[in-house]
Each structure stands twice: as structure tokens, then as C-alpha cells.
Design a protein around this ligand. Structure first.
Ligand SMILES: CC(C)(COP(=O)(O)OP(=O)(O)OC[C@H]1O[C@@H](n2cnc3c(N)ncnc32)[C@H](O)[C@@H]1OP(=O)(O)O)[C@@H](O)C(=O)NCCC(=O)NCCS
Length: 155
């Protein structure tokens, strides 16, 4: 399995949008943290650039970086692609002298939290009611997503 991570600098395609909206159903949020609205955002992919298996979006924040979105197409999940993307981002952040990498998810997204903790992230705080401002309720594991847990990997 080819797990090469590459940076994508072209326009977002339908395939990219399918992935990004799977991880974050708020179109407005995704638009706000991707180019062209946020030119400093970086997009990393595994697979075919315009129709990748997996994607993640990283933005610079004060003192570090934040992974704002990460998704793998259903058919290719549990092959380590999200893990490979996270490792790539962490190494890049380290090489750039960043202090940390952050990632947030809903407090009921147990598999995602587990994945990030396996990669060395530690829970770092709760953004209460974060998902209540979303256009539609998000249900994960049969539970309403309401709060966001932030996880941080300190470098
Ligand atoms: C969350 C998500 C990005 C994970 O992507 P992925 O590519 O399947 O992630 P990985 O394969 O790296 O890891 C997922 C699991 O597969 C396991 N795994 C990794 N390689 C494996 C392999 N070769 N064989 C079997 N399992 C493997 C990992 O250990 C992990 O399992 P665990 O957390 O139960 O221990 C993906 O499920 C997804 O796109 N979900 C929808 C969008 C979403 O929720 N995004 C995150 C929003 S915060």
C-alpha cells in the first residue's frame, strides 16, 4: 500500500469536498479554514491528488499548528492513512520549530479520540456547546455531539 503523503495546492475538487464535509458537515466552517478564504491553510493527501484516499487540512495558529480536518474514504479506512497524515503533519511542525499540534473532535467521537491519543495527543480542554451552532445536529455513536474536545501533541 502506497502511503506517500503529498501537499495539494490546486483547487478543491468534488472528491476533496466529499471528504472534508464528511469530517466537518459545516460548509461555512470548511470554507473558512481552506484556500482561497484561508490562503495559509495547507492540504495534505494520500493517493491521487484530485481524488485522494485521505485528506487533511492544517492551519498555523499562534505557537503551533492545528489539524482542522482529516478524513479517509470509507473503503480505505483502518489502513493507517489518517495515522500517516497525522505523523507527516507532526514531523513538519517539528521541523518548523512549532511548539505543538492541536486537533479537535466531538466528545462523543470515541474512535477519533482514541486514534489521536494513540498518536501521542493528550486531551487539553473542552469547548462547551461548540457543535450546537452547527446547521444540523451531529449524531456520533448514537449520541448528540455537543462539546468539542481539543487534543494537543506538544513538541
Ligand atoms: C477518523 C478517520 C479519519 C480515521 O481514518 P483511517 O484512515 O481509518 O485511520 P487509521 O487507519 O490511521 O486508524 C484508524 C484505526 O485503524 C487502525 N489501523 C491502522 N492501520 C491498520 C491496519 N493495517 N489494519 C487494521 N487496523 C489498522 C488504527 O489502529 C485505528 O484503530 P483504533 O483507533 O481502533 O486503534 C476516518 O474514520 C474518517 O474519515 N472518518 C469520518 C470523518 C471523521 O470523523 N474525521 C475526523 C473528524 S474529527
Amino acid at each position: 500500500m502506497v502511503m506517500d503523503v503529498t501537499e495539494y495546492q490546486g483547487e478543491l475538487t468534488r472528491a476533496h469536498w466529499d471528504l472534508l464535509l464528511d469530517a466537518d458537515p459545516s460548509l461555512d466552517m470548511v470554507l473558512a479554514y481552506t484556500p482561497p478564504q484561508l490562503p495559509e491553510a495547507e492540504i495534505f493527501i494520500i493517493g491521487e491528488p484530485k481524488a485522494p484516499y485521505a485528506i487533511c487540512v492544517v492551519i498555523p495558529v499562534k505557537g503551533g499548528f492545528e489539524i482542522k480536518n482529516i478524513a479517509t474514504i470509507m473503503m480505505m479506512r483502518r489502513h493507517g492513512m489518517a495515522g500517516a497524515l497525522i505523523k507527516h503533519v507532526v514531523e513538519l511542525a517539528r521541523a518548523r520549530g512549532a511548539g505543538f499540534v492541536d486537533i479537535g473532535t466531538s466528545t462523543v467521537s470515541h474512535d477519533q479520540i482514541r486514534l489521536y491519543e494513540k498518536q501521542g495527543f493528550q486531551q487539553d480542554g473542552i469547548l462547551r456547546d461548540f457543535f450546537l451552532s452547527y446547521p444540523e445536529p451531529i449524531i456520533e455513536n448514537g449520541l448528540l455531539a455537543r462539546d468539542m474536545v481539543m487534543l494537543r501533541l506538544s513538541l
